[in-house]
Design a protein around this ligand. Structure first.
Ligand code: SAM
Length: 220
């Protein structure tokens, strides 16, 4: 469900990188099954952001059937790596089928299970982390990977504006101190953004496309 008027979402999609046939099929699958991917406007941004930071390694918390990962994979060099994590094995199997068709040279890791456990099994720096798992655990996901984000790298979190019971006004009120409580998903988003603000080596902003993408940039 886009949070901006549909014509702006369509405009952003047209301005962004062009989808290939596999992405178009993945979009059709999302429409048919009602699966909540980030959507093509955000997908294009993910590819572009990965290119802008010269990403070589990407970690995803919550990959579904590989939609966001496919956009990232388009930006990765041959010696790059992307780690997909997913609690639903069928989704992960489907991700492998779609990504195989992309014929990418980068290494693609398919990890079945809880992303918060899997992240601890990986060493080394990541240039991009996508947080798209349970909204109540965004802060936990950020804290688990923040030390492993390379200087100049980014953390991107979907659903910063909407999705489920997320209410952007409630998130704003929590962040400004005008309110102390909200529903648990809105609180999940707010506590994640607070965590970004608490880190002196991260700066943050919001991309208001799709369901809203919070972007944290590690400056040093
Ligand atoms: C909103 S979907 C988005 C998937 C993908 N990023 C995309 O854009 O298509 C989130 C996915 O995360 C998975 N998920 C939720 N919590 C998870 C966790 N703790 N570890 C791994 N996967 C998780 C869900 O099963 C779901 O498939």
């Amino acid at each position: 469900m886009p949070t901006v008027p549909e014509w702006i979402e369509d405009y952003a999609t047209v301005v962004g990188p062009e989808p290939d046939d596999v992405i178009e099929e993945m979009d059709e699958y999302a429409d048919r099954e009602g699966f909540p991917t980030v959507g093509p406007a955000v997908g294009g941004w993910l590819e572009l952001l990965a290119r802008m930071v010269g990403a070589e390694r990407v970690f995803e918390f919550g990959s579904g059937y590989g939609y966001s990962a496919y956009w990232f994979a388009r930006a990765l060099p041959a010696d790059g790596e992307i780690v997909l994590t997913e609690v639903d094995r069928d989704e992960l199997d489907l991700a492998r089928e779609y990504l195989d068709r992309g014929d990418f040279e980068a290494t693609i890791q398919y990890e079945h299970g809880d992303a918060l456990d899997i992240v601890d099994t990986y060493d080394g720096l990541f240039d991009v982390a996508l947080i798209d798992n349970e909204k109540t655990r965004y802060r936990e996901a950020f804290e688990a990977i923040r030390e492993n984000i390379s200087p100049g790298g980014i953390v991107v979190a979907d659903n910063a504006i909407a999705g489920g019971s997320i209410d952007a006004d409630a998130v704003t009120d929590l962040l400004t101190g005008d309110s102390e409580s909200a529903d648990e998903m809105s609180e999940g988003i707010a506590t994640f953004i607070e965590a970004l603000h608490e880190e002196s080596d991260f700066e943050a902003s919001l991309l208001p496309v799709g369901e809203g993408v919070a972007v944290g940039h590690r400056t040093e």
